[in-house]
Write a protein that binds this ligand. Structure first.
Ligand SMILES: Cc1cc2nc3c(=O)[nH]c(=O)nc-3n(C[C@H](O)[C@H](O)[C@H](O)COP(=O)(O)OP(=O)(O)OC[C@H]3O[C@@H](n4cnc5c(N)ncnc54)[C@H](O)[C@@H]3O)c2cc1C
Length: 438
């Protein structure tokens, strides 16, 4: 109960998507007697049953039909960020390139390429995994202040240069806003659907199988499971995201753990919210705080606020200040929204300094491939990059030259200090010369 005597927002130990999709409560253990036993050998092991792990496993199956592939998930499929996110298949999945593409033609190509691939993946999901709920939405980028309006206008000029269609829109308070074509999914149902596809394609998908270590051997890798059992394979792709600290690897991936939070309201109509057309949009509000929201089956699913430390014993937990902060922001975005969210949950992602993933061979033999660090835009990016991870295993190859080009562009990305300085200077000039955003 809170001080007013009303029940506090329930924290269910599951995300809204996981609860509606029938996921087990976090921490629910499978009886050891019924837990399937991992085989002693395979061609490839994939560690982690999130979007990155499933995309990698499916890409391995495409690259080497008949290969014995085992995916090992410590908890349940979709336990991590993949089952807790906002479900945006972002048409701009490499935000950093919005700055560096101004001076780097490969990043400009990358922006256009990722946008095209994100749309292809949405179409693939609609056809192959309709349970994912993949549906067209408009991505609305909305500036809340004058400076962010100027900044957003500059970003939009670059999006336009990349050949991505972007349209001027009217923000609710006459603020600067732009619309892009995009898609959104139900994230938990998407990752479960991908696991179903993987199983039907002969991939062994095992839950409740925490991996303790991946060691290099003369013939490949030894995957050490809980209890000391091992699985030998030619190669392993590690897709453990922010939980990578749970696995002993020859080398730790360099990314930090970021906690991000979401709330969902009770059902509410567009009229009550005073936002006609809201159900067809995924919106990102840009101001001193960065918030994102969408409507799903009449509820507002609203996210934002980052933390760099865990709160309590579970990464599902939402610290009280974050919960009240998100409630206040929600009331600003939707003055007609219910006064308190109906449920709230947290999730973690693994963020590199560039927000671009780490996809590379690791260790002395290269039999361990890291595929982690997707930050806040992993829904589309994990699906685009599975083919890259699969091409990096020993004996693997790039079938599509664009994948190799994309990897080179990702690898060549550094924080573009010069480009960012020019960007800030450009915004300042726009403000000083009172150039109207447009
Ligand atoms: C609140 C929130 C909102 C977000 N919104 C969006 C969005 O709208 N759009 C977008 O593009 N991105 C979004 N993201 C980011 C996106 O969710 C992630 O980038 C993406 O899900 C990463 O997928 P993954 O497979 O790498 O990680 P995860 O889904 O975390 O999967 C890693 C898996 O590895 C398993 N694992 C870990 N250690 C071991 C081990 N030792 N042995 C076996 N298994 C192990 C975990 O249990 C987990 O299931 C959001 C993230 C959060 C937290």
């Amino acid at each position: 109960m809170d001080r007013s005597g009303r029940a506090s927002t329930p924290l269910t130990g599951r995300s809204f998507w996981q609860r509606h999709g029938g996921a087990p409560a976090a921490g629910a253990e499978m009886d050891a007697g019924v837990r399937p036993v991992a085989p002693a050998n395979a061609d490839f092991a994939v560690i982690g049953g999130g979007l990155a792990g499933l995309s990698s496993a499916l890409a391995l199956a495409d690259a080497e039909p008949g290969a014995r592939i085992v995916l090992l998930e410590a908890s349940f499929i979709g336990f991590g960020a993949s089952g807790r996110n906002a479900g945006l298949l972002s048409p701009l999945p490499a935000p950093l390139w919005l700055a560096s593409a101004a001076s780097n033609p490969e990043h400009l190509w990358g922006l256009a390429h990722l946008n095209r691939r994100a749309l292809e993946i949405a179409e693939w999901l609609k056809a192959e995994a309709p349970e994912s709920g993949a549906a067209a939405k408009t991505l609305r980028l909305e500036a809340q202040g004058y400076f962010t309006g100027m900044g957003l206008s500059r970003v939009v000029r670059l999006i336009d240069r990349a050949g991505i269609e972007v349209r001027r829109a009217n923000g609710p308070r006459g603020n600067v806003a732009f619309d892009l074509d995009t898609h959104a999914v139900d994230p938990y149902r998407t990752v479960v659907a991908l696991a179903g596809i993987a199983r039907r394609r002969g991939i062994t998908v095992l839950e409740h199988q925490p991996v303790r270590a991946v060691e290099e051997t003369a013939s490949g890798v030894n995957v050490v499971l809980d209890g000391g059992r091992t699985l030998g394979a030619r190669a392993a792709i590690v897709c453990t995201n922010a939980y990578s600290g749970s696995v002993t690897l020859p080398e730790k991936p360099g990314a930090k753990v970021v906690y991000n939070f979401m709330v969902a309201t009770d059902p509410v109509s567009e009229e009550q919210l005073g936002r006609p057309g809201a159900a067809d949009r995924f919106a990102i509000e840009l101001n001193t705080s960065y918030v994102f929201y969408r409507m799903h089956q009449g509820r507002v699913v609203y996210g934002g606020i980052e933390r760099f430390k865990p709160y309590g014993d579970s990464d599902f937990n939402v610290p009280p200040d974050v919960l009240s902060g998100l409630g206040k922001l929600l009331a600003q975005s939707f003055p007609g929204a219910p006064p308190r969210p109906a449920e709230a949950w947290g999730g973690v992602y693994h963020q590199t300094s560039t927000d671009l993933p780490i996809i590379r061979r690791s260790g002395a033999s290269g039999a361990i491939v890291l595929n982690v660090g997707y930050g806040g835009t992993g829904v589309a990016m994990t699906q685009i990059c599975g083919r890259i991870a699969a091409a990096l295993v020993p004996g693997g190859r790039f079938v599509n030259p664009d994948d190799e080009r994309l990897l080179a562009a990702l690898t060549s990305s550094r924080v573009p200090v010069g480009a960012l300085a020019r960007f800030v200077a450009g915004v300042a000039t726009d403000v000083l010369t009172l150039r109207r955003p447009g």
